[in-house]
Write a protein that binds this ligand. Structure first.
Ligand SMILES: N[C@@H](CCC(=O)N[C@@H](CSS)C(=O)NCC(=O)O)C(=O)O
Length: 297
């Protein structure tokens, strides 16, 4: 009896491993996503191996496809990821979600890599930190800021569904993914191999919907229709992670995201009961980010 149970348990464990292997396929060397189990309310428990807050200073990089340079950078106070993408041949670059406090670090890296930063784009009007876009524009001649038209924020380029942000031979396509805010967008590489999901889809989570025009029904529809329709292999890079996770895939989130694997009704209930404290910098960040962060400089 005992050995039967052991065999059954071993078979179940093997099946779980197989499912995980399938979900992780496509992550390659970027696989830093830790396993996080859902709490009853759909919020992940703190990962045992998560680095202490304020200690992470890393940037990770890889070649996502031929001729595309990529760096994932981290700002530890707000747990924000900034992403640098560049055409390795022309050296034209795009920066996604720069943070005011890390502008010097980002500009130094851009200079060291010999890149020409064309566009600094915000995935939405952030509530938890001031964007670095405005300060960067004062330091780099010709740099254009970009944000969605629906955000209501000022920028050189106002983006809408289907627009392209071009850098050399590469481009990112804009998918509007409102719900966390009205103006949230997800930026997708031309081969649909990578999605920068901002605060719409987080790793094993999603953006909160309790302020700034947040709407859980809209967010659910955005993620199901605009992100989960991407290929399973598509890498997911969010604007934040609070547990040390760095990357996921669409397939993995479709299978294991504790909020998005639920029905719409259950998702709405989860989002209504998150009871998160207000971001500490919201009263400074939102007005500043509506004008590219510049009034704070
Ligand atoms: N403690 C932080 C704010 C944390 C937070 O609310 N994060 C947002 C994204 S930034 S507005 C969020 O959507 N979180 C979802 C979640 O489930 O945690 C601070 O004070 O700034």
């Amino acid at each position: 009896m005992c050995s039967l149970l052991t065999k059954a348990a071993a078979a179940a464990a093997a099946r779980r491993q197989d499912r995980l292997r399938v979900a992780l396929r496509g992550l390659g060397e970027q696989s830093g996503a830790s396993s996080v189990s859902p709490a009853g309310d759909g919020r992940p428990r703190a990962a045992a191996g998560a680095p202490p807050r304020g200690r992470r200073r890393y940037s990770t990089g890889t070649r996502l496809s031929d001729g595309l340079l990529f760096r994932q950078l981290f700002e530890s106070e707000s747990s924000t990821y900034t992403y640098l993408l560049a055409d390795a041949v022309s050296k034209d670059a795009v920066l996604i979600d720069p943070v005011l406090e890390t502008v010097d670090r980002d500009l130094k890296l851009i200079e060291e890599l010999g890149l020409r930063l064309k566009t600094a784009v915000n995935t939405h009007c952030h509530a938890d930190h001031v964007t670095g876009t405005g300060l960067m524009k004062t330091r780099l001649a010709g740099l254009k800021s970009a944000i969605s038209k629906s955000s209501g924020a000022a920028a050189d380029v106002l983006l809408s569904e289907g627009d392209r942000i071009t850098f050399g031979n590469h481009y990112l396509t804009v998918r509007e993914t409102p719900g966390h805010t009205d103006g949230c967008v997800t930026l997708v590489t031309q081969d649909e191999g990578v999605a920068f999901t901002g605060d719409a889809l987080l790793i094993r989570g999603c953006g909160r919907t309790d302020f700034q025009q947040g709407c859980s029904k809209r967010l659910y529809a955005s993620i199901q229709q605009k992100i989960f329709t991407l290929p399973d292999r598509c890498l997911v890079y969010p604007a934040h992670d609070y547990l040390g996770q760095t990357v996921s895939t669409v397939g993995e989130e479709r299978a294991f995201n504790p909020r998005l694997t639920k029905s719409l009704e259950d998702f709405v209930a989860i989002m209504n009961n998150l009871n998160l404290p207000k971001p500490s910098k919201i009263d400074i960040s939102v007005p500043a980010n509506l004008v590219c962060g510049v009034h704070h400089v």
